[in-house]
Design a protein around this ligand. Structure first.
Ligand code: KG4
Ligand code: ZN
Length: 342
């Protein structure tokens, strides 16, 4: 049985996993950094890179020890090389290259966004391809047409903020510490989603499968300012007002996400949509996306909660690449932007 070491360090999670070719996860470790970034209300790239540097070897060591696998039992090393923060990506790639030389193992580059979609196939017996892939996370909001594990056509994406990023920034306005998406969603449970009419940018443009959340975020800010609540980071807001605002904002984001997901399914004719990324944990989003996809007779597959947020197990996508393509060489480089879709 062939065995793979996967490494993930695209943003602020340092992660590694050991996975067999038939998808058995022998070890899985994720070291988060939220505590380091909280006071800045967002991920600080330099701090993230330095923290990866401290953690990468202990995290790899942890999965080797936990799995009981020795280097000579490994068949390859997979590493996420795009997209992500340059300093963070470099730490993971440098570790992978070093181990590839030391242990004489082939290297396989993984596209982090493709891996988020591939997370939907973990623990599922039927293949997910062909499908529409939908990544909705703190850093990304993208739709793909995925014919196979190595044939990805971008359909659209955010032109400014990612959905999770908008959640986190509006959460800060409501006095919720970073990353506030989950707690904003909790507040929204007690709020009225129709209390405020926020814009749904690009939602009705049936020619584009793109998103824009920056204006929506600013609309929430101006709403607070217009109410004389300029000091929006304080907790002096009326509790029901906060809940209503959270629910109305969340509904605007969900409406945009659902509309474009349905458009992508109709446009491609695909039978299935595979959803990954941290925002897939949002209950209202899951429910309304499921209802909308059901209504047009298609299937929704959502990654297991532990594989929605950043992790190295989704790097199992590398097995598909190993079977279909040549391994990558030591010339492998990082691609921080969304430039390559392979
Ligand atoms: O995929 P992920 O771990 O990070 C990136 O790769 O970006 O996703 C984290 C993001 C954060 O923005 C977080 O606030 C958001 O997912 N998130 C949520 C929920 N749970 C996590 N946003 C809205 N509702 C949730 N329940
Ligand atoms: Zn991610």
């Amino acid at each position: 049985m062939r065995i793979l070491l996967t490494i993930e360090s695209t943003c602020d999670e340092t992660a590694a996993a050991i996975i067999t070719e038939d998808g058995n996860v022998l070890a899985d470790c994720v070291a988060g950094q939220e505590d380091l970034h909280r006071i800045y209300e967002g991920v600080v790239p330099e701090i993230a890179a330095r923290a990866h540097l401290e953690r990468i070897i202990p995290v790899i060591d942890r999965v080797m020890v936990d799995s009981g696998v020795t280097p000579n039992q490994l068949s390859a090393i997979a590493v996420a090389t795009q997209p992500g923060l340059p300093g963070s990506l470099l730490v993971g790639l440098s570790a992978a290259k070093g181990l590839s030389i030391a242990w004489n193992l082939p290297l396989v580059a993984v596209n982090h966004l493709h891996a988020h979609v591939y997370a939907c196939s973990l623990g599922r017996s039927e293949p997910i391809f062909p499908c529409v892939g939908f990544v909705v996370s703190g850093g990304h909001t993208h739709l793909y047409r995925c014919e196979s594990s190595h044939d990805w056509v971008p359909l659209g994406g955010t032109i400014d903020d990612a959905a999770g990023e908008a959640f986190d920034k509006v959460a800060v306005m409501l006095g919720i510490p970073f990353p506030g998406g989950p707690r904003l969603a909790k507040l929204a449970e007690s709020g009225n989603p129709k209390a405020f009419q926020f814009p749904r940018p690009l939602m009705d443009d049936s020619k584009r499968m793109d998103f824009s959340f920056s204006g929506l975020k600013t609309a929430v800010r101006y709403r607070l300012v217009s109410e004389g609540k300029q000091d929006f980071t304080s907790l002096n807001l009326d509790p029901q007002y906060r809940c209503d605002l959270a629910a109305s904002f969340q509904q605007a984001v969900v409406d945009c996400l659902v509309a474009k997901a349905v458009l992508a399914l109709k446009h491609t004719g695909c039978e299935r949509l595979c959803l990954g990324g941290g925002v897939a944990a949002n209950k209202v989003f899951r429910q309304q996306l499921g209802d909308a996809i059901n209504a047009i007779g298609r299937e929704l597959v959502i990654a297991k909660p532990e594989y929605c947020t950043d992790n190295a197990v989704m790097g199992a996508l590398a097995w598909e690449k190993i079977r279909a393509l040549q391994p990558d060489s030591l010339d492998l480089d990082i691609h921080p932007g969304l430039v390559r879709h392979r």
